[in-house]
Design a protein around this ligand. Structure first.
Ligand SMILES: CSC[C@H]1O[C@H](OP(=O)(O)O)[C@H](O)[C@@H]1O
Ligand code: HPA
Length: 249
């Protein structure tokens, strides 16, 4: 009989493993929605079981609009995960969210289209109207922020994540509109992931890694994947101590 899984981590762009998490089990569960993007690696961090799944696959083969978000979350759920920390690489729109910042947003706006965004698709399934006023689980946000503080890792509390369709980056006009709408961060995977997590009853919070200024914000530099990955590599050094602190709680 296994101990419970204390945390499920979904890694985004540039985060394909967690330093210090030595995987001892690998699961590739078939779910009601099909297979996840790749294997779920389960290992120990300071005596606690942690599951890790690379959202785009470990070789980053799945673009944001083609991710089977339902299968990813259902796979975590199936192996016993109840609390999820989603790591999302994002662009920064407003001043507090420059490259290198870690952030734990508290709101989001969904600009995606054409994605399967609910588990009540098939005839015969219950129609769900989940409360989504606070799209992230407040208790998990509080745990993440407290853990970061204890670990001495700077994490900005709050902010609004705007989820775009991608895979292309946004135009300056699109980002200007998102700023007017109240978005602080932009990424391509925050939805439907957060909404599905709520429908599945998973506790869920986002840790955003700001990799670049969004189009027309900050400097006017071209956004390149090489720069994004380099910033993510540096900024994600705060993640292992944050996780150890979160799991020690
Ligand atoms: C310029 S990188 C864009 C890519 O990175 C983000 O992925 P994730 O949210 O999984 O970390 C963004 O959503 C895009 O998929
Ligand atoms: O500027 C961006 N836009 C959308 N998604 C992103 N993920 C990292 N940076 C960005």
């Amino acid at each position: 009989m296994h101990a419970d899984i204390a945390l499920g981590v979904i890694g985004g762009t540039g985060v394909y493993r967690i330093a210090g998490l030595e995987a001892v089990e690998t699961h590739l569960p078939e779910t009601h929605y099909g297979f996840p993007s790749g294997p779920v690696r389960v290992g120990m961090i300071d005596g606690k079981r942690v599951a890790f799944l690379a959202r785009h696959g470990e070789d980053h083969g799945v673009p944001p609009h083609r991710i089977n978000y339902r299968a990813n979350l259902a796979a975590l759920h199936k192996i016993g995960v109840t609390r999820v920390l989603a790591i999302n690489t994002v662009g920064g729109i407003t001043e507090r969210f420059g490259p290198g910042v870690l952030a734990c947003p508290d709101q989001l706006i969904d600009y995606t289209w054409g994605r399967v965004s609910t588990i009540c698709e098939e005839p015969g399934t219950d129609v769900l109207h989940v409360d989504f006023g606070d799209p992230y689980t407040n208790a998990v946000r509080a745990q993440v922020l407290a853990a970061a503080q204890r670990a001495g890792v700077a994490v900005v509390d709050g902010g609004c994540y705007g989820a775009t369709q991608g895979p292309r980056l946004e135009t300056r006009a699109e980002i200007a509109r998102m700023r007017r709408d109240g978005c602080d961060l932009v990424g391509m995977t925050g939805m439907p992931e957060a909404g599905l997590a709520r429908e599945m009853g998973l506790q869920y919070a986002c840790l955003g890694i700001v990799a670049n200024w969004a189009a027309g914000c900050g400097d006017d530099a071209e956004i390149t994947m090489a720069d994004v990955l380099s910033i993510v590599e540096t900024a994600s050094s705060g993640i292992p101590p944050l996780l150890r602190s979160l799991l020690a709680d």
